[in-house]
Design a protein around this ligand. Structure first.
Ligand SMILES: Nc1ncnc2c1ncn2[C@@H]1O[C@H](COP(=O)(O)OP(=O)(O)OP(=O)(O)O)[C@@H](O)[C@H]1O
Ligand SMILES: [Mg+2]
Length: 479
């Protein structure tokens, strides 16, 4: 028998010093190669991260995140109370029934972890008896455990909770999309998405289609476009403190609608200061509350005329009318809602009541008749009067920019998306234009509007001014 290497002998008979010496070059080469591969991987990873972040994400970032998610899942569930049990939680102890926490908890299943350009998505399968709420509350804990920017939890599918995992905040990037607006093509592209073969010009005589009401206004944090769609949500409420980006957002939407067969009406009781740049493309503009009351009354009359039209044709909304009878959709933009409600004297009271009642009627009747309202304000509170909650109930689309008071956040989001209130309160005041917004399939999401410089907006308005439709009973601001 070959004498073994002392120490190795019992376990590795036949491993001799000579043999080890003969392996040494191979071991050293292997170590050097392994080291070189690791160094190369680190270098490639760093380079990719800088030059092709998306490729880096799919090759390196995502596999690491998935490993981290799987490894931390058990601890996360235990610490954040996300576990279920398959045993009774009450037991008899002598004459007493004792309730306790299970020793053997069952983890909900973490499934379908998929890479996405913005991070990843995953699905949690709930155990019978579990509800989504603890998962919604644990979103912050998940973000910390996995070292990501944020986790959004969406629980609309029964028995499942969907996670949207965002690795970074795409909305705080320094480069806004102003550049893409300045170059021109995106606006035309956007104008043409609903009508692939037409440029801006031929739309003058075109009949509106539902797609005309969708305005691409910016970017969502999940990488998708932020679309204010008046077909999905007919009326919108936008709140934001001064300089938070309300007018910028309205500008972005108006620039989209301006190129389409859509009538735009402005109610700007800040003396027309905010909506004046849109004036050439507006079908009417109110610069004080008395004018606002008149314009809103004329629009209520117009909705009643449209009702008659629909009745005649047996249609339930304007889109069911034959194209030659279909009236143009109207978007009424109210900048600074508080000005409509403000009451200082007896005379104010009647005027305010007339304006706000007509606005409420428009919101109640308008959706099917192609009359949509977009209401913006720095504050919304119950102190405006009982009418304001009735109005809010009609404004299903909600956008909350940075606001200063909790009541406004709660008024804007709290009734529909209680878990969005926190997200809205955390909006960074240093980055303008970030909002928490209603999103069709995701419930709510953070998003940021594009910024148009005054020159870019003026160019769009000048190019589309001739498209402003005439509305019965209303005079265009320039006339
Ligand atoms: N999405 C954005 N991207 C970049 N900058 C923005 C964005 N939104 C707003 N800003 C910047 O913030 C400034 C103020 O925005 P804006 O006028 O829209 O605020 P506002 O909410 O309408 O304020 P106010 O209540 O005083 O009318 C803009 O001039 C612009 O510089
Ligand atoms: Mg403004």
């Amino acid at each position: 028998m070959t004498p073994g290497f002392p120490g190795f002998a019992p376990e590795f008979p036949g491993v001799t010093l000579e043999r080890i010496q003969s392996w040494l070059p191979t071991i050293v080469t292997a170590a050097v190669v392994l080291g070189a591969v690791i160094v190369a991987l680190v270098v490639v990873s760093r380079l990719l991260r800088r030059l092709a972040p998306r490729v880096h994400w799919y090759l390196f970032g995502f596999p690491l995140l998935r490993t981290r998610m799987r490894r931390s899942w058990r601890h996360l569930c235990l610490n954040a109370d996300l576990t279920g049990t398959d045993r009774p939680t009450t037991e008899q102890l002598g004459p007493l029934l004792v309730r306790g926490r299970p020793i053997m908890p069952v983890l909900p299943l973490l499934r379908r972890i998929r890479p996405r350009s913005f991070g990843a998505t995953a699905v949690i399968v709930l155990h019978p008896g579990q509800v989504p709420e603890p998962f919604v509350n644990a979103a912050e804990a998940m973000a910390h455990a996995w070292g990501v920017h944020a986790v959004r939890v969406d629980a609309r599918r029964r028995g499942r909770v969907r996670l949207t995992i965002l690795t970074a905040d795409p909305l705080t990037a320094k480069r806004t999309e102003a550049a893409t607006w300045a170059t021109g093509p995106p606006l035309k592209e956007a104008a043409m998405t609903s009508r692939p073969s037409e440029a801006i010009e031929p739309l003058a005589s075109a009949v509106a289609v539902p797609a005309d009401l969708a305005a691409d206004v910016g970017q969502r944090e999940d990488g998708q476009r932020w679309v204010v769609d008046l077909v999905t949500f007919p009326h919108w409420l936008i709140t934001g403190a001064t300089q938070s980006g309300k007018s910028t957002l309205i500008n972005a939407a108006v620039a989209r609608w301006a190129a389409r067969p859509v009538a735009l009406v402005g109610i700007d009781c800040k003396g027309g200061m905010e909506l004046a740049p849109h004036a050439p493309r507006l079908s009417a503009l109110a610069t004080d509350r008395a004018e606002a009351a008149d314009i809103l009354a004329a629009l209520v009359a117009e909705t009643q005329r449209r009702m008659g039209l629909c009745r005649q044709h047996g249609a339930r909304n304007i889109w069911q009318l034959p194209p030659d009878a279909r009236p143009v959709p109207v978007v009424v933009i109210v900048d600074e809602l508080a000005e409509l409600y403000l009451v200082a004297s007896r005379a104010d009271k009647d005027e305010a009541l007339r304006a706000t009642t007509n606005l409420l009627r428009l919101a109640q009747l308008g959706a099917a008749l192609g009359v949509h309202v977009i209401v913006a304000g720095q504050r919304v509170g119950s102190d405006f009067g009982p009418g304001v909650t009735a109005l809010r109930a009609q404004l299903a689309g909600r956008i909350c920019l940075r606001v200063n008071d909790e009541e406004t956040v709660k008024m804007t989001l709290g009734d529909l998306y209680p878990d969005a209130v926190d997200a809205a309160q955390q909006i960074d005041p240093a980055v303008k234009g970030i909002a928490v917004t209603t999103a069709d399939e995701a419930g709510w999401i953070r998003a940021r509007s594009v910024y148009l410089s005054p020159e870019e907006l003026a160019a769009v308005i000048a190019a589309t001014a001739h498209l402003a439709p005439r509305l019965p009973g209303l005079t265009p601001p320039d006339a």
